[in-house]
Write a protein that binds this ligand. Structure first.
Ligand code: SAM
Length: 218
């Protein structure tokens, strides 16, 4: 988005720290997607990259609608492993569902666009998807696995999980290069051109929108 003013938001200081390492000098905001510290109708686009599944849809959708200008859009996207026909993926998912408390693979397949339609806030909701794949060395793949919250949630048995993964993957990819197919899902929901601000606003959002104590990280 050439020429756009972009403000990254995440509620994790750890994640914002990684952003700062990679993009020194960037001004980012630590905040919850359910209580954005921005005034009404200031943004043309609100994006959630791989994060919408963490928020309560009616609250976060109303909050996005509040900060969007009339006609603005909320865009959500995920890259999900396209693993239905892959036995190594099935084995991995079974291991995760057994070892990671509360993990269920089905969190990826909610009816995202219907959930946005049901809020009644948006005039138009469209979904676009595409497929791609990547091939990476097993140690990089393991690093990627370790970065996931549901893998870290395995706790004391994390190394057992990773050992089992390594053995399973080497059977399928004996040269140590793992090929992972993905599908990308993009959901875009647009506000009506003459929309008024949504009404859900918590006390935190009100206080922060007034510009008091903005948790800006620079
Ligand atoms: C899979 S990571 C994606 C991070 C980044 N958007 C990206 O695409 O690389 C999910 C992120 O959602 C953030 N998150 C989870 N719940 C949140 C919330 N309620 N408000 C803001 N961020 C949240 C987490 O801190 C985490 O950094």
């Amino acid at each position: 988005m050439r020429g756009a003013r972009v403000i990254p938001v995440d509620h994790s200081s750890g994640m914002l720290g990684r952003l700062r390492e990679r993009t020194p000098g960037i001004a980012a905001v630590r905040a919850d997607g359910e209580a954005l510290p921005f005034s009404d109708a200031v943004a043309d686009l609100v994006c959630y990259a791989q994060a919408w599944h963490w928020v309560r849809v009616p609250v976060a959708a109303a909050e996005a609608a509040r900060v969007l200008r009339p006609g603005g859009a909320l865009a959500l996207w995920w890259n999900d492993v396209d693993g239905e026909d892959l036995r190594w993926w099935e084995r991995q998912q079974q291991r995760l569902e057994a070892m990671s408390p509360g993990y269920r693979r089905a969190y990826r397949t909610r009816p995202w666009s219907d959930e946005l339609r049901w809020t009644g806030l948006f005039t138009e909701v469209v979904t676009v998807s595409g497929r791609w794949s990547r091939t990476l060395p097993l140690d990089r793949y393991e690093l990627w696995l370790r970065s996931k919250s549901y893998v870290q949630a395995i706790g004391d048995r994390l190394e057992d999980f990773l050992d089992a993964e390594r053995r399973s993957l080497l059977k399928v990819f004996p040269d140590g290069m793992v090929t992972e197919p993905f599908h990308t899902v993009l959901v875009v929901a647009r506000l009506p051109p003459n929309s008024r601000s949504a009404t859900i606003r918590g006390p935190l959002a009100d206080g922060l929108a007034a510009g008091v104590g903005l948790p800006i990280i620079q």
